[in-house]
Design a protein around this ligand. Structure first.
Ligand SMILES: Cc1cc2nc3c(=O)[nH]c(=O)nc-3n(C[C@H](O)[C@H](O)[C@H](O)COP(=O)(O)OP(=O)(O)OC[C@H]3O[C@@H](n4cnc5c(N)ncnc54)[C@H](O)[C@@H]3O)c2cc1C
Length: 229
């Protein structure tokens, strides 16, 4: 039997097309490591439903935040869309091993598409802002489809203030007026993959494809960790 804890919704806001930030109260005994996820438990038509969501805030924040993409006809998507401020939901966890690898590797390269940035945001905030980790270099390759899908530019700019952080934001289907980087993340993988730990998060196809490309470049499987949404 899973240990369930009840959390209360205190903020819900759209951050991009079909993408929402949800902030919940955090139970005082709820501990987690940046990069981990929880399971939401709720009922739809008397059926129990469970869905996983990565925590995008850090363990040092007072509340817990999630970044959630609503899918058309998705069970959780529709449930969360209707959820009112002040209402509660049960969670279990935390779960997962998609966390910062504190090894001897100097470079930590994160690749996210869409809301796959959620656990990575927690890890980067923790390493750069909370822990002031200057021993490692951090890179982020963030892939989105269109300008309407862009979110967290503020976070990107804040991380960019750290000299050991760099990022690329690439749109796969931008409008004609987009002057930034274009193409899928697979077009922008680093040339030099030596002494680098990779973290991939997004849909199954992206993770599989990027993982294969990295392995072809000679990256060892133990230096690629991933989370599939
Ligand atoms: C470890 C982990 C962490 C995750 N973290 C996040 C996160 O931080 N943010 C996030 O947004 N998501 C995250 N996810 C994904 C999340 O768990 C859900 O899968 C996602 O939100 C969709 O759930 P849903 O109930 O809304 O959609 P579902 O009801 O599961 O449906 C998914 C899709 O299938 C379609 N579909 C459903 N039933 C049918 C059917 N019978 N026939 C045809 N099509 C159908 C729906 O229209 C929808 O497009 C994570 C997943 C994992 C495994």
């Amino acid at each position: 039997m899973k240990h369930l804890q009840s959390i209360k919704l205190i903020e819900k806001k759209a951050i991009a097309e079909n993408t929402y930030s949800f902030i919940f109260t955090r139970p005082s005994n709820f501990k987690f490591i940046s990069g981990q996820f929880v399971q939401f438990h709720f009922k739809v038509n008397e059926n129990n439903v469970t869905r996983s969501y990565s925590i995008c805030s850090t363990e040092f924040d007072e509340n817990i935040e999630f970044c959630i993409k609503f899918l058309e006809n998705g069970l959780a998507s529709n449930y969360l869309k209707k959820m009112k401020l002040g209402s509660k939901i049960n969670i279990s966890g935390p779960f997962g091993k998609f966390v910062f690898k504190n090894n001897n590797i100097k470079n930590h390269f994160f690749i996210a598409t869409g809301v796959g940035i959620a656990p990575i945001a927690s890890i980067l905030d923790n390493q750069l802002k909370v822990k002031s980790n200057l021993n490692n270099d951090f890179s982020l390759l963030f892939g989105l489809r269109h300008e309407n899908n862009i979110f967290w530019l503020e976070k990107l700019k804040n991380w960019n203030k750290f000299e050991n952080f760099q990022y690329k934001l690439s749109l796969s289907q931008p409008s004609q007026s987009w002057s930034g980087l274009q193409g899928r993340v697979t077009s922008h993988l680093p040339i030099n993959t030596n002494d680098t730990m990779f973290y991939l998060c997004g849909n199954m196809n992206m993770v599989k494809e990027v993982r294969n490309l990295l392995m072809k470049k000679g990256v060892k499987t133990e230096n690629i960790c991933f989370e599939i949404f």
